[in-house]
Design a protein around this ligand. Structure first.
Ligand code: OAD
Ligand code: ZN
Length: 249
């Protein structure tokens, strides 16, 4: 409980806000999976400290060196394959039982929300278990660990990870559903994201425009901590269960 800086009255306030919600949207980022052993991108121990995004997570990087990009994704697939949902993911599943309308919008590609049992999950950055042929554009699930670097399609084309890279558009229908969920919600919970990568980060101001109240859960203060209604500081796997527990009473 070293990092848990949140106090009981703040937890109670957050729980009261949640209880008052008719429709709840949750935006999650890498921080919610940190306690499952999956490194975040930024912050202490973040992946982008050791790797440059433009060398690994862009279409240009893939075109110039698909082997290198696949080696990195293969390494992440290995980590994710061994990871299990944590108490933070599980708390969101329990929260779902209190709300008829709860959508989890995640920037994570690890699939842990679905694995935990969340019913309504929008993976706006795709999934690390999906792959797509760069030639015939066919897309499918491939769970091989390790995966050949690079894998090939039946048509002979090079296969790429089915995730969204820097400079690429988000899957349109998933993104549209995310915007809808945000414009309909009256409370938004933002968990474990630095909220600086757009367009996903733009969902927070969008919620504010439609007068939703925003609660943030993060181990650190972020760029948006000052503009949210309540910022709860501490690990998601500790804070979310405490919060959900107080919602039930
Ligand atoms: P980041 O790595 O940018 O941010 C992770 C956030 O989680 C930080 O604000 C940390 O303070 C916080 N955090 C760390 N451990 C936590 C814990 N145990 N509990 C709660 N919070 C914790 O990750 P994202 O915001 O998800 O995109 O990054 C957004 C996108 O940038 C990713 O989807 C990825 C990345 O580059 C692409 O690859 C396109
Ligand atoms: Zn193909």
């Amino acid at each position: 409980m070293n990092n848990l800086l949140v106090r009981e009255p703040v937890l109670q306030q957050a729980a009261a806000l949640l209880r008052s919600a008719r429709s709840l949207a949750v935006l999650t980022g890498a921080g919610i999976s940190a306690e499952s052993g999956i490194p975040t991108f930024r912050g202490a121990g973040g992946l982008w400290k050791n790797f440059r995004p433009e060398q690994l997570a862009t279409p240009e990087a893939f075109e110039s060196n698909p082997e290198l990009v696949w080696e990195w994704y293969d390494w992440r697939r290995r980590l994710i394959n061994e990871a299990k949902p944590n108490a933070g993911h599980e708390a969101l599943v329990i929260l779902e039982q209190h709300f008829s309308a709860l959508t989890v919008i995640t920037q994570n590609v690890d699939g842990l929300h679905r694995q935990a049992g969340s019913a309504s999950v929008l993976e706006v950055h795709g999934s690390i278990w999906r792959v797509r042929c760069t030639k015939c554009r066919d897309e499918w699930e491939d769970r091989r660990v390790p995966i050949p670097c690079p894998p090939r399609c039946k048509c002979g084309g090079i296969v790429r990870p089915g995730v969204v890279w820097f400079g690429e558009a988000l899957p349109m229908s998933v993104w549209h559903s995310a915007e809808c969920a945000i414009s309909q919600c009256d409370v938004m919970l933002v968990v474990g994201t630095s909220a600086i990568v757009y367009p996903a980060a733009g969902l927070v101001p969008l919620a504010r425009e439609t007068n939703a109240r925003v609660i943030e859960v993060n181990t650190e203060r972020t760029a948006m901590s000052d503009s949210v209604d309540l910022a709860l500081t501490g690990p998601a796997a500790e804070i979310l269960p405490l919060l959900v527990n107080r919602c039930a009473h």
